[in-house]
Design a protein around this ligand. Structure first.
Ligand code: DLL
Length: 434
């Protein structure tokens, strides 16, 4: 189902024209209202008059997370504080969070793109959506909540945690769609299996999962375990929250709501724009926001773009599943390793549960150590040394083939790795502390 056919199925030419007009307006707004942007543009020797079409975007300066931190909390705001109706924040690993102010107009845009997402998954006003993303400064809970209200579905604002109650209400209130992180969905799937209920007594049919990278292998695990169709939803606090992009029934990439958020792919090292189809860092410019519009924001997320029309009828650009974040890439003994590569291997091995933890450390002789802990399924976990060793050899070999480096593999008992209720923490890099 398409929520806004005009916007989602617009011809490419019309879309670029519209993006050009909106970009120009946004550049004028930040130049007039935001000192740090005006300074950066002056340093680059440009004024809003230099932006005539969307092609001119490459002339503009980038915005990084550091710029947001340096101007904490409201230095990049483009409106009067009295026009800000909501504040969200994304927690960084260190120091102050990144704070974003939204105007009424921004929330309207958010509701619009949020409704597009749920409609694309086939969710409508007859559905009951359990929102198990955290409510609060994190955008997941309130973002999904308002989207459901916008298209007229029934929302259960349960937030994350309290897993037994989640299962009880999912059963009693006849939840048809579950919105949460894929890792929490996995946790709920386990809890459901152990609950006194039978899966047949539930009405659940759709999952709306995002806020962290997850692989196709994880999608299959979730679809099998929960007996649902699982869809990806993408977003980030700085741009709007959940709703920047969504899958459709074709599940052949994530459509970006590009009439509001203009995407580019750049080389993460040099910042040079990369041609269509090449993997690089995703960069967004908001072209309709009024609270804290951002120009060329470096997301640190790695993906590639595809501008071909989708079989669902939408013409909007699609991005591939996020490979990971530039910052997530581990360099272990000189080899680049993404956690998503490890997840893909683990999900392909039938004896394993999709629960894993990667620990990297540095020994006194400066050599990196690389450990992967993974849970073995109940019916495959046994005391027979020989059998476990054979399984371990098989998995280690597969990981080495994909990664080019052999991890110290630890097969552990089912349910021994900590479960997550929000974004999963899959990597412990102790080298950073040394
Ligand atoms: O995670 C917003 C969100 C909430 C998206 C609920 C989807 C659902 P932040 O906390 O600011 O915002 O984190 C943004 O999370 O840059 C990505 O690295 C990652 N991320 C978000 N969605 C996906 C996804 C929310 N579908 C950061 N796949 C982003 C992979 C995702 N990574």
């Amino acid at each position: 189902m398409i929520w806004n056919e005009n916007a989602e199925c617009m011809s490419r030419d019309k879309m670029r024209e519209l993006q050009g007009i909106r970009l120009k307006r946004t550049v004028e707004k930040v130049y007039q209202n935001c000192v740090p942007y005006r300074q950066q543009m002056t340093e680059k020797g440009i004024t809003p008059n230099d932006i005539k079409s969307i092609e001119d975007i490459a002339k503009l300066p980038f915005t990084s997370k550091k710029d947001l931190r340096d101007n904490y909390p409201f230095g990049l705001l483009c409106c009067q504080m009295s026009n800000v109706v909501r504040i969200h924040a994304s927690s960084g690993t260190t120091g102050k969070p990144i704070v974003v102010g939204y105007t009424r107009n921004d929330l309207n845009i958010w509701n619009e793109v949020g409704a597009r997402c749920f409609s694309a998954y086939g969710i409508n006003r007859n559905d009951t959506v359990q929102v198990s993303y955290g409510y609060g400064l994190f955008t997941g809970g309130l973002g999904a909540h308002s989207a459901v209200e916008t298209f007229g579905g029934t929302v259960i604002p349960i937030s994350s945690g309290n897993t037994e109650k989640q299962i009880m209400l999912m059963h009693d209130l006849k939840t048809t769609a579950l919105a949460c992180t894929p890792s929490y969905a996995l946790y709920l799937a386990e809890a459901l299996e152990q609950s006194p209920y039978n899966r047949k007594e539930f009405k659940l049919k759709t999952g709306v999962f995002g806020a962290e990278p997850w692989t196709e292998g994880m999608r299959k695990e979730l679809e099998d375990k929960l007996q649902i169709k699982a869809y990806d939803i993408y977003g980030l606090t700085e741009i709007i929250g959940p709703g920047v992009g969504h899958e459709c029934r074709c599940q052949n990439g994530t459509h970006i709501c590009e009439d509001h958020f203009y995407p580019e792919i750049v080389d993460p090292e040099t910042g040079n724009p990369l041609p269509e189809g090449q993997t690089g860092e995703l960069v967004f410019s908001t072209i309709t926001k009024s609270g804290m519009p951002l120009l060329r924001f470096r997301t640190r997320d790695l993906t590639k773009l595809n501008y071909k029309k989708c079989d669902c009828g939408r013409t909007s650009v699609r991005m591939e599943k996020i490979l990971g974040r530039c910052d997530d890439m581990l360099i272990i003994r000189g080899v680049n390793v993404f956690p998503s590569q490890i997840e893909t291997v683990i999900c392909e091995i039938p004896e394993l549960e999709p629960h894993y933890l990667i620990t990297v450390d540095r020994e006194t002789n400066n050599l990196d150590t690389f450990e992967v802990k993974v849970e073995v399924k109940e019916n495959h976990y046994c005391d027979e040394m020989g059998k476990m060793l054979e399984l371990k050899k098989h998995i280690a070999h597969k990981l080495q083939n994909v990664l080019g480096i052999l991890p110290n593999l630890k097969l552990v008992e089912p349910k021994s790795i900590q479960r997550s209720q929000g974004k999963a923490k899959r990597v412990v890099d102790n080298r950073k502390l040394k």
